[in-house]
Design a protein. Structure first.
Length: 475
């Protein structure tokens, strides 16, 4: 990354100058590429509405030596809205804290259980909980709100309150972003609260450093594996990562290997030298293949079937841009982008299902883009393909009745060789137009992919997770 503005803002001289001139100062974000997703650390403040159904599961998931749990002591006139359930978990001591203008608590993370929300009046608890405690949030802290996912048969009240929580989380995320802190939402169906662990750990750790103002949903009917190795969660798994020679693809290959997977790194023959370098560094396999060739899918299936038999993880990262305004765009620009970014994903997945190369609990992760969510000038072909990816993932996820899952990542401005070629002014606008006023790193996308591939993420299916620092573009 070569962001001189960010580097100067975080230097000793820069901090003083930025304060004196009241310039926007991007916070320093912390990441941990050497560690797998694991139990968060520090003091965590938990609370929940009276009618919640997830707080006990939340406290149980956070019952660990590395965590000090505490809860808020509500004022008498608000006690009717709060649950005391958190204190009923066996062998768990939870300290009650009082908050006022003289409080000097310093808290790493907050979790508020809003499941069971039935009336707008109950939102008072959410307001008072954060109003009196949010100033105690540490730099690089984390806020998670857990809410009910509306069911198809629910009425307008449930839909309205669900939308209200979306707006609350997105707005609070913008307020705490200057601290380098994030605020996210987990929506769960009743009965999935015991599967909160991976999403909760992700949002409460620096794995989600560049993810804020976003939501993940958990679905029913997905049983967790009996035993999960949190130190090497992907041990014994085979993964395929396309576009793996550089950037997001290369970082994804490294992270999946860190988590224990054996990775097949695929890229075009022109990038074969870089591809082999990446594969060799993680004791993986390099596969030079041009996906634009007509027989590419057939060749890929043949290689996978003969050398691996079945595959457990597929990451569709390969993609291209051919930018022009629509009036000036030649036909082959359109055809190439739509074919590689959308058509080949659909074709490869169809072949994987047909030839039974995917394992019973296979994970598929596709790369969409905020350009597909919001549109982008001069990128009708790219936005078309990436919006198609998101819609494809949402639909096909409903058809996966077995243990397989499919999710998508929609990156924002990520610091890669591709974004280095963006004109300087456009590049600066892309970096500053989010709640952290900086670009993300390939690692941020790779960690989100790792979350979706984790054995504990069985209930995460059909999600489109934006890794964009809460870009002003899109929803």
């Amino acid at each position: 990354m070569n962001d001189l503005y960010l580097e100067f803002a975080q230097s000793q001289v820069g901090r003083s100058l930025f304060d004196a001139l009241s310039l926007p100062k991007p916070p320093q974000l912390f990441r941990s590429p050497e560690y797998c997703l694991n139990v968060p650390r520090g003091q965590i403040l938990v609370a929940g509405l009276k009618s919640n159904f997830a707080l006990k599961a939340i406290v149980t998931a956070l019952n660990h030596d590395s965590i000090k749990l505490c809860t808020i002591k509500p004022k008498a006139d608000l006690a009717q809205y709060y649950s005391s359930h958190a204190r009923s978990v066996p062998n768990q001591k939870i300290e009650q804290l009082s908050f006022n203008e003289n409080s000097n608590h310093r808290i790493k993370s907050y979790v508020f259980d809003a499941t069971g929300l039935k009336h707008p009046d109950e939102l008072k608890a959410l307001y008072h909980f954060f109003k009196h405690s949010v100033t105690s949030l540490k730099k690089n802290g984390h806020i998670v709100v857990v809410a009910s996912e509306p069911r198809s048969g629910d009425g307008v009240n449930e839909a309205a309150l669900s939308g209200a929580l979306d707006g609350f989380v997105k707005s609070l995320a913008k307020e705490v972003g200057k601290k380098g802190a994030n605020c996210n939402l987990i929506k769960i169906a009743k009965g999935t609260e015991r599967q909160l662990q991976s999403a909760l750990y992700y949002f409460l750790s620096d794995k989600s450093a560049y993810v804020t103002g976003q939501s993940l949903k958990l679905i029913r009917g997905r049983a967790l594996p009996r035993k999960i190795n949190w130190e090497r969660p992907l041990k014994g798994k085979y993964a395929l990562v396309t576009g793996a020679a550089q950037g997001i693809g290369a970082e994804t290959a490294r992270v999946l290997a860190r988590d224990g997977a054996r990775v097949v790194c695929l890229d075009i023959p022109a990038n074969e030298a870089k591809l082999k370098q990446v594969a060799d560094s993680i004791e993986g396999h390099a596969l030079a293949l041009d996906l634009s060739n007509k027989d590419a899918t057939e060749s890929l299936m043949s290689t996978l079937a003969s050398q691996l038999g079945v595959i457990d993880i597929v990451v569709h990262n390969a993609g291209i841009t051919r930018d022009k305004t629509l009036a000036k765009m030649p036909a082959h620009f359109w055809e190439q982008v739509v074919d590689i970014n959308l058509g080949k994903i659909m074709e490869i997945n169809a072949a994987l299902f047909e030839k039974k190369i995917l394992s019973d609990r296979a994970r598929i992760v596709c790369i969409s883009s905020i350009s597909g969510i919001a549109g982008n000038f001069g990128q009708t072909n790219y936005a078309t393909s990436k919006a198609g990816v998101a819609a494809y993932v949402e639909k096909i996820s409903t058809l996966l009745a077995d243990g397989r899952t499919i999710n998508a990542i929609a990156p924002g401005f990520i610091e890669t060789d591709m974004t280095k070629k963006v004109p300087a002014v456009t590049r600066q606008i892309g970096r500053r137009s989010n709640s952290f006023a900086q670009g993300g790193e390939p690692l941020d996308v790779a960690e989100a992919i790792s979350l979706f591939c984790h054995p504990a993420s069985q209930a995460l299916n059909g999600n489109i997770l934006r890794v964009c620092g809460q870009s002003i573009l899109g929803k």
